[in-house]
Design a binder for this molecule. Sequence first.
Ligand SMILES: Nc1ncnc2c1ncn2[C@@H]1O[C@H](COP(=O)(O)OP(=O)(O)OP(=O)(O)O)[C@@H](O)[C@H]1O
Ligand SMILES: [Mg+2]
Length: 499
Amino acid sequence: MRQRGSQDTPELTRRQRWDKFRGDSRATMAGLPRAFGLVWGAHRGFTVSLALFAVVGGVIPAATAWVSKLLINAVVAAAARGGGPEWVRWVLVLVAAQFGLYLAGSLLQTLQTITQQALQELTGDRVQLTIMEHANRLDLAFFENPKFYDTLQEAQREASQRPLGMVQQVFSIARSLITFLSMIALMARLGWVVAAVALVAPVPSFIANSRYGWRGYWLARRQSSDRRRMIYFADLLTKDTYNKEIKLFGLGGHFIDRWKVIADRFYREHLALLTHRSLMGFLWGSLTTVVSSGTFLYVALQAIARRLTLGDLTLYTQAVSGVQSSFQGILGGFSSLYEGGLYLNNLFEFLDYEPAIRDRPDAVPLPRPLRAGIEFRNVSFTYPGKDTPALRGVSFSVGLDETLALVGQNGAGKTTIVKLLTRLYDPDEGEIFLGGRDIREYDLASLRQAVGVIFQDYVTYFFSASENIGVGRLADIADLAQVEAAAEKSGAAKAARRR
Ligand SMILES: Nc1ncnc2c1ncn2[C@@H]1O[C@H](COP(=O)(O)OP(=O)(O)OP(=O)(O)O)[C@@H](O)[C@H]1O
Ligand SMILES: [Mg+2]
C-alpha cells in the first residue's frame, strides 16, 4: 500500500497519527449515542434483552471456574476417602450445578443469536429508511457532487450493520469487564505479579489492532470513488439503457477491462492489509500465549508442592485464560468501536447535510389559476464546481396565454432554465417570478406540482404502463379513467396498442 500513490492516505508522523487517533476516538464516542438512538428506536425490548444477556453472560465464566474447582476438590477428597454416600451426593450436586451452568450458557447464546439477528434486521431497515428519507430531502446538487455522493454510497454500504455492531460492542465490553473483574478476584490468590503480567500482555496487540483498523478505514475511504466507478461499469454492461450503444461502439470489452483493473487493485490492497493485520495479530497474540503457559507452569509447581489443591489448579487455569481473553475482549472491543465509529461517521456526515433549497417559514401555496406568467429578471447561475456560468444575466417573460419555445445549441442553458424554474437549483443572481411573486416565496411542493417536465434523460420506471403514467400525478394514480384519458391525449395509448 505504501508504495502506491497515497494522496488520500496521508503518511503521518507518530505525533500526527496520535492526534488523529484522539480526534477520531472523540468522534467515535460522539457517534455512540446516535448509534444507540438508532438501535433503541428499532426495538427497545430487544436492546434491553441484549444488555441483560451481556450481564448474565459476564458472570458465567467465573461461576463455572468456581464450580469446577469445588468439583475437582470433592472428587479428589472422595477418592482419598474411598467413596461414601455423602461425598457422592456432594459430587452429584456439583455436577448438576456445572450442567446447569453449561445449559444456561448455551441457552443464553441461543437467545442472544435470535435477538441479535432480529435487531440487526430491524436496525438495518431503520437506517436504510433514514437514509432514503434524508436523501429525499436533499438538493439535486448533492447527487451531482461526487464527494457527497461517495459519502452517501459509503453510508449506505456500511451503515446498516454498523450501528448495532457498535452497540453490541459496548455490551460485549461490559460483559468482558464483568468476567474480567470476577476472574481477577479469583486470580488474586495466585499473586498479583502474575495477574499484572497477564494484564499487560495483550496491550501491544490492542495498539497494533487499532492502527490497522485506521488503515483499513482509510483504504475503504480512498476506494469509495473507485468502487462507485466499478458499480457504474457493471451497470453499463447489465442495464438495457446502455446496451445498444455498447454494442454499436463495441465498448463492452473496454469497460470490462477497466473494471478488471480496479478489481485487481482492490484485491491486492486488501490482501496486503489483511496479511499485515493477521500476521501482526498472530505475533502479539503469541506473547499472550507465552505468558499464560508460564503462569500455568508456576501454578502447577505450586500444586505439586501441595501449596495449592488440584481444584485450585483448575480454577487458576480457567481464571488465567478468562482474564486474558476478557481483557483482550475489552481492548479489542474498544478498537472495534473505534473502527466502527469511523465508518459510522459517514452516515452522520451524510445525515447532517442540510438541503439549501427548502420552504421558507412563511411559504405560500402557488395560487391556481395563475394570474401572471413567468418572468426571469437578470438571472445568472453557475453549476457548483464550474467556473463558467451556465446562464448570465438572462431576462425574459412569458405571458399567461403565450407559448414559448427555447431553441439553442447544446449546452446553451435551456434545461438549466427549466431546472431553475422548478427550483432544482436557485439562481446565484436575479429573480424568477411566477404568478407575480418570486418563486422562492411559494412552497416547493405546490410549485413543482404546477410544472410538468419531461427531461431529456427522463425515467421509465419498471412498473406497468398505467403506473408510469400515474406517477405523473400521484394523487390520481388509482383513477384509471384519468390515466386512460391522459394516455389517449398524449398518444401513449396508441403506442401501447401497437405493441
Ligand atoms: N449538473 C451539472 N453540473 C455542471 N454543469 C452542468 C450541469 N448540467 C449542465 N451543466 C452545464 O451547463 C451548461 C448548460 O447546460 P444545459 O443542460 O442547460 O444546456 P441545454 O441548452 O439544455 O443543452 P442541450 O441542448 O444539450 O439539452 C452546459 O455547459 C452544461 O455543460
Ligand atoms: Mg437540455
